[in-house]
Design a protein around this ligand. Structure first.
Ligand SMILES: [Cu+2]
Length: 169
Protein backbone atom coordinates (compact mmCIF):
# COMPACT_ATOMS: atom_id res chain seq x y z
CA UNK A 1 0.00 0.00 0.00
CA UNK A 2 1.38 3.36 -0.94
CA UNK A 3 1.95 6.09 1.58
CA UNK A 4 -0.70 8.11 -0.19
CA UNK A 5 -3.34 5.40 0.28
CA UNK A 6 -2.44 5.02 3.95
CA UNK A 7 -2.90 8.71 4.54
CA UNK A 8 -6.29 8.67 2.88
CA UNK A 9 -7.36 5.67 4.92
CA UNK A 10 -6.34 7.41 8.13
CA UNK A 11 -8.16 10.52 7.07
CA UNK A 12 -11.31 8.53 6.42
CA UNK A 13 -11.06 6.82 9.81
CA UNK A 14 -10.55 10.15 11.52
CA UNK A 15 -13.55 11.64 9.74
CA UNK A 16 -15.68 8.69 10.81
CA UNK A 17 -14.56 9.08 14.41
CA UNK A 18 -15.31 12.80 14.35
CA UNK A 19 -18.76 12.15 12.89
CA UNK A 20 -19.49 9.75 15.74
CA UNK A 21 -18.37 12.33 18.27
CA UNK A 22 -20.50 15.02 16.64
CA UNK A 23 -23.69 12.99 16.34
CA UNK A 24 -23.30 10.55 19.22
CA UNK A 25 -24.68 12.63 22.09
CA UNK A 26 -27.70 13.91 20.15
CA UNK A 27 -28.59 10.45 18.88
CA UNK A 28 -28.21 9.01 22.36
CA UNK A 29 -30.93 11.29 23.67
CA UNK A 30 -33.65 10.38 21.21
CA UNK A 31 -35.37 7.05 21.39
CA UNK A 32 -37.60 5.69 18.65
CA UNK A 33 -39.76 2.77 17.68
CA UNK A 34 -41.73 3.11 14.48
CA UNK A 35 -43.53 6.47 14.50
CA UNK A 36 -43.12 6.88 18.27
CA UNK A 37 -40.22 8.96 19.49
CA UNK A 38 -39.33 9.67 23.12
CA UNK A 39 -37.35 12.90 23.45
CA UNK A 40 -35.20 14.10 26.34
CA UNK A 41 -36.30 11.69 29.04
CA UNK A 42 -35.23 12.89 32.48
CA UNK A 43 -35.90 12.48 36.16
CA UNK A 44 -35.34 14.60 39.21
CA UNK A 45 -32.92 13.65 41.95
CA UNK A 46 -34.62 12.47 45.14
CA UNK A 47 -33.83 12.99 48.84
CA UNK A 48 -31.88 10.08 50.43
CA UNK A 49 -34.89 8.35 52.02
CA UNK A 50 -37.35 8.90 49.18
CA UNK A 51 -39.22 5.88 47.87
CA UNK A 52 -40.80 7.60 44.88
CA UNK A 53 -39.47 9.66 42.00
CA UNK A 54 -40.90 11.36 38.91
CA UNK A 55 -39.85 10.71 35.31
CA UNK A 56 -40.48 13.05 32.39
CA UNK A 57 -40.11 13.15 28.62
CA UNK A 58 -41.81 14.26 25.45
CA UNK A 59 -43.52 11.57 23.41
CA UNK A 60 -44.07 12.26 19.70
CA UNK A 61 -46.28 10.31 17.38
CA UNK A 62 -45.27 10.88 13.75
CA UNK A 63 -47.61 8.16 12.52
CA UNK A 64 -51.14 8.34 11.13
CA UNK A 65 -52.97 6.56 13.93
CA UNK A 66 -53.11 6.96 17.70
CA UNK A 67 -50.92 4.86 19.96
CA UNK A 68 -50.97 4.34 23.71
CA UNK A 69 -48.29 4.14 26.35
CA UNK A 70 -49.61 1.16 28.28
CA UNK A 71 -46.91 0.29 30.80
CA UNK A 72 -43.47 1.26 32.03
CA UNK A 73 -40.72 -0.52 33.91
CA UNK A 74 -37.53 0.87 35.46
CA UNK A 75 -34.56 -1.03 36.86
CA UNK A 76 -34.37 1.35 39.82
CA UNK A 77 -38.05 1.03 40.79
CA UNK A 78 -40.22 -1.82 42.06
CA UNK A 79 -42.93 -0.58 39.72
CA UNK A 80 -43.79 2.43 37.60
CA UNK A 81 -47.19 4.04 37.14
CA UNK A 82 -48.32 6.62 34.59
CA UNK A 83 -49.82 9.53 36.54
CA UNK A 84 -51.58 12.75 35.81
CA UNK A 85 -51.96 15.80 38.01
CA UNK A 86 -55.41 17.23 38.52
CA UNK A 87 -56.94 19.89 40.74
CA UNK A 88 -59.72 18.39 42.85
CA UNK A 89 -61.62 20.55 45.35
CA UNK A 90 -58.87 23.14 45.02
CA UNK A 91 -56.17 20.67 45.93
CA UNK A 92 -53.56 19.41 43.46
CA UNK A 93 -53.66 15.64 43.42
CA UNK A 94 -52.39 12.92 41.15
CA UNK A 95 -53.91 9.73 39.93
CA UNK A 96 -52.98 6.86 37.64
CA UNK A 97 -53.97 7.35 34.00
CA UNK A 98 -56.69 4.80 33.18
CA UNK A 99 -56.09 2.50 30.19
CA UNK A 100 -52.77 4.05 29.25
CA UNK A 101 -51.73 7.43 27.89
CA UNK A 102 -52.97 8.10 24.34
CA UNK A 103 -50.64 9.80 21.89
CA UNK A 104 -52.68 11.18 18.98
CA UNK A 105 -51.11 11.10 15.50
CA UNK A 106 -49.05 14.18 14.71
CA UNK A 107 -49.08 15.22 18.36
CA UNK A 108 -46.56 15.52 21.17
CA UNK A 109 -47.54 14.63 24.73
CA UNK A 110 -45.36 16.22 27.37
CA UNK A 111 -44.64 14.45 30.60
CA UNK A 112 -43.52 17.32 32.80
CA UNK A 113 -43.66 18.50 36.41
CA UNK A 114 -47.24 19.50 37.20
CA UNK A 115 -48.76 17.30 34.49
CA UNK A 116 -48.37 13.76 33.24
CA UNK A 117 -45.42 11.93 34.72
CA UNK A 118 -43.94 8.51 35.24
CA UNK A 119 -44.23 7.66 38.92
CA UNK A 120 -41.38 5.42 39.96
CA UNK A 121 -42.42 3.59 43.13
CA UNK A 122 -40.51 1.44 45.62
CA UNK A 123 -37.18 2.97 44.62
CA UNK A 124 -34.29 0.62 45.26
CA UNK A 125 -31.90 3.56 45.60
CA UNK A 126 -32.23 7.33 45.68
CA UNK A 127 -31.95 9.04 42.29
CA UNK A 128 -28.71 11.00 42.13
CA UNK A 129 -27.92 13.88 39.81
CA UNK A 130 -25.95 12.57 36.84
CA UNK A 131 -27.42 9.05 37.06
CA UNK A 132 -28.63 7.42 33.84
CA UNK A 133 -31.68 5.32 34.53
CA UNK A 134 -32.67 2.55 32.10
CA UNK A 135 -36.44 2.63 31.62
CA UNK A 136 -38.60 0.65 29.20
CA UNK A 137 -41.78 2.13 27.77
CA UNK A 138 -44.35 -0.25 26.32
CA UNK A 139 -46.59 1.10 23.57
CA UNK A 140 -49.66 -0.70 22.30
CA UNK A 141 -48.63 -0.47 18.63
CA UNK A 142 -45.03 0.71 18.51
CA UNK A 143 -43.90 -1.92 21.03
CA UNK A 144 -41.09 -1.29 23.49
CA UNK A 145 -38.89 1.78 23.57
CA UNK A 146 -35.88 1.54 25.86
CA UNK A 147 -34.82 4.97 27.08
CA UNK A 148 -32.34 6.41 29.55
CA UNK A 149 -33.54 9.03 32.02
CA UNK A 150 -30.94 11.69 32.80
CA UNK A 151 -31.24 12.56 36.47
CA UNK A 152 -31.24 16.33 37.04
CA UNK A 153 -30.79 18.27 40.26
CA UNK A 154 -33.35 18.42 43.06
CA UNK A 155 -33.80 22.17 42.46
CA UNK A 156 -36.91 22.73 40.36
CA UNK A 157 -40.41 22.27 41.77
CA UNK A 158 -42.20 19.19 40.58
CA UNK A 159 -44.36 16.28 41.65
CA UNK A 160 -42.33 15.68 44.79
CA UNK A 161 -42.69 19.25 46.00
CA UNK A 162 -46.14 20.34 44.89
CA UNK A 163 -48.08 17.39 43.60
CA UNK A 164 -47.80 14.57 46.06
CA UNK A 165 -49.14 16.45 49.06
CA UNK A 166 -51.19 13.42 50.01
CA UNK A 167 -48.12 11.21 50.26
CA UNK A 168 -45.75 10.97 53.16
CA UNK A 169 -42.29 11.38 51.75
CU1 LIG B 1 -47.34 10.71 40.69
Amino acid sequence: MSLFAMTNLRRAALAAALALLAFGPAAAHEFKSGPIEVVHPWARATPPAAKVGGGYAEIRNDGSEPDRLVSVTAEVAGRVEIHEMAVKDGVMTMRPVENGLTIEPGKIVSLAPGGYHLMMLDLKAPLKQGDKLPVTLQFEKAGTVAVTLDVQGVGAKGPTAEGHSGMKM
